[in-house]
Ligand binder design. Structure first.
Ligand code: FMN
Length: 225
């Protein structure tokens, strides 16, 4: 089977909350662990894959969030001393989410509706859990979210967009954000793309996620301001 490219992974990724019994194992698990290890090395984060643990989502909150069959998750963990911890967690978490999509897995970012006391992540001194990502083989592949209009999320007129920038913005619009809030603004500063988070909970985590989508699709850096 041909491996899908990153733009296709961005298009195909939707939050999935119901999972089958199929285990993450063999080559898929090894690849996923390798990607997580690389992300940790590069960022200083302590992201962890936890498999075969149904407890974390088997809580009132988990059921409220309509999750079922979640046996695996990725805990986004890092030291409170890391500058821009939330943004970094979002950026590297999304990198892992898209790699997982290319491995045939489905995911859902989860900051609220999981059993926080039941998460099996190991915390070193000064570390905290930002959120988790449910992961596994979905019962469906999810559906595309309703997006705000492009002009609400980017202040560059469409006629003035370089083609790479347009590709980046389109990928940004497809990025997951908490409660689909899409509170960010993408701009051009000379020939450099910039992104600014709006106010509110989880907007910094969202910023990292959206920035990764933009960069991965466009091949151009996007500076957080
Ligand atoms: C930081 C973050 C936190 C989220 N937390 C939850 C959550 O607690 N429960 C949930 O069901 N979905 C959660 N989501 C998933 C969003 O609702 C979802 O990404 C959004 O509605 C867009 O849909 P899509 O991911 O299918 O594109 C979260 C997403 C992000 C990015």
């Amino acid at each position: 089977m041909m491996r899908m490219d990153i733009k296709e992974a961005i298009r195909q990724r939707h939050s999935v909350r119901q999972y089958s019994e199929d285990h993450i194992d063999g080559e898929v698990k090894e690849t996923l662990e390798k990607i997580i290890e690389e992300c940790n090395r590069e960022s200083g984060l302590h992201i962890q894959l936890i498999t075969n643990d149904p407890e974390c989502f088997d809580t009132l909150l988990g059921h409220y969030g309509k999750f079922s069959g979640v046996n695996n998750y990725i805990a986004i963990v890092g030291s409170k001393r890391i500058p821009d911890l939330s943004e970094s967690g979002g950026y590297y978490g999304e990198k892992i989410v898209l790699e997982a999509q290319m491995l045939g897995l489905n995911t859902c970012w989860v900051a609220g509706t999981y059993g926080k006391g039941k998460c099996k992540a190991v915390l070193e001194d000064g570390e905290k859990i930002l959120c988790v990502i449910a992961i596994g083989y979905g019962r469906s592949s999810g559906t595309a979210h309703k997006s705000k209009e492009l002009s609400k999320l980017c202040d560059v007129p469409e006629k003035e967009m370089p083609s790479w920038f347009r590709v980046g913005v389109e990928a940004a619009l497809q990025a997951p954000t908490a409660v689909n809030q899409q509170r960010f603004l993408i701009s051009l500063d000379g020939d450099e793309a910039t992104i600014k988070a709006g106010f509110g909970p989880l907007t910094k985590l969202d910023l990292g996620i959206v920035r990764y989508n933009f960069e991965a699709a466009s091949g151009h850096k996007c500076r957080a301001i």
